[in-house]
Write a protein that binds this ligand. Structure first.
Ligand code: AHM
Ligand code: MG
Length: 334
């Protein structure tokens, strides 16, 4: 008979313990992460029941990036917005589904943090029973002006306080970093708690998986094509060929890359001259997690975390993975 595992480290307890041992902590970040994790639990249920509730489809609205908004995109955005607003700890929220940075409450001028979210990443996959997820980035508010708003978000990823993501797949995970490594929690649905799965995750320095949408081949420059082609040669010394994996949900492709290693690419191209993914709530938070796990993330040339955002819905190229894999990429495109 299976031994019953008693979950000694829930996310709540883990966060409280970190708060207790950090003399500078005011508890606000703990509250914020707890609020986000509550939103994630609710969204996980929404995703699991979307088919039964008949909300797999798209509304008639489009978002800031001209993508059609799925009903679930809307639901996930509303859940996170309402929970974060009621927590009273945020000055402002940027969401993929909202055109403008929104001030969250009457106390927003006092708030210490602002948050950028992709409420439901990969939502075009919802109808196909493919994992989707949530991505978040928490910045400290800039002090030089009073009203919380869009300029609070125009900071490089190196200034992030915390970031993370959830994947709604065979299990629901919550992976986050507050600048002290990357920690992985799994939702135990029987008790409704996130339970510690792994403390201090680290990405393998070199992997054996290539993750890229090769349908974009005609739009890539020759160096990108040559780099992708290089993984298809046989060379046992270099561990080639790599195997190919592309889910098409960034969170799922990223999560696999973090755990198994290898390289994920969504480079700039003639089809997406500035990249396809969004800087503030996709590539910056995931680059932060990747670097905290010992990996690397670049926008094509520069470390993603060094890029200064100029607008809240700015796009970005994204190449991330283990150190050796990303170094190979940089060598080959320079
Ligand atoms: P979104 O679903 O939040 O708009 O995010 C963009 C998605 C990512 O999840 C995924 O990596 C990418 O778009 C897939 O793009 P493509 O279908 O061009 O390969
Ligand atoms: Mg997305």
């Amino acid at each position: 008979m299976e031994k019953f595992m008693i979950p000694t480290w829930t996310l709540q307890r883990f966060l409280r313990e970190r708060e207790r041992t950090n003399p500078e902590s005011t508890g606000e970040l703990t509250q914020l992460l707890a609020s986000i994790s509550l939103g994630v639990k609710i969204i996980s249920q929404m995703v699991a029941t979307a088919g039964i509730r008949g909300v797999h489809g798209y509304s008639s609205r489009i978002n800031s990036s001209n993508d059609k908004i799925a009903f679930l995109d809307d639901e996930a955005d509303r859940v996170l917005f309402d929970i974060l607003q009621s927590s009273g700890h945020f000055g402002s929220i940027v969401s993929e589904e909202r055109n403008d940075a929104e001030v969250t409450s009457e106390w927003s001028d006092e708030a210490k943090y602002v948050v950028a979210i992709d409420p439901l990443d990969g939502s075009s996959n919802i109808g196909s029973n493919i994992p989707v997820g949530t991505i978040f980035a928490i910045f400290r508010r800039k002090k030089e002006h009073r009203r919380a708003g869009p300029t609070d978000f125009l900071q490089p990823g190196s200034a992030l306080v915390a970031a993370g993501y959830s994947v709604y797949g065979a299990k629901t995970s919550f992976v986050y970093s507050a600048g002290d490594g990357v920690h992985d929690f799994t939702l135990d649905p029987s008790i409704g708690e996130f339970v510690l799965a792994q403390e201090q995750m680290s990405v393998p320095q070199r992997g054996s998986i290539l993750s890229v949408n090769e349908g974009n081949w005609p739009y890539w420059d020759q160096k990108t094509r040559d780099f992708v082609m290089s993984f298809k040669q046989e060379d046992s010394e270099r561990g080639l060929p790599y195997t190919g994996r592309y889910v098409g949900s960034l969170v799922a492709d990223f999560d696999r890359t973090l755990r198994r290693g290898g390289i994920f690419l969504y480079p700039r191209s003639t089809k997406h001259p500035n990249g396809r993914l969004r800087l503030l709530y996709e590539t910056i938070p995931l680059a932060f997690v990747m670097e905290q796990a010992g990996g690397r993330a670049v926008d094509g040339d520069l470390p993603v975390l060094s890029v200064m955002p100029e607008s809240i819905h700015q796009r970005s190229g994204f190449i991330c993975g283990g150190v050796d894999d990303v170094e190979d990429y940089l060598r080959s495109i320079r």
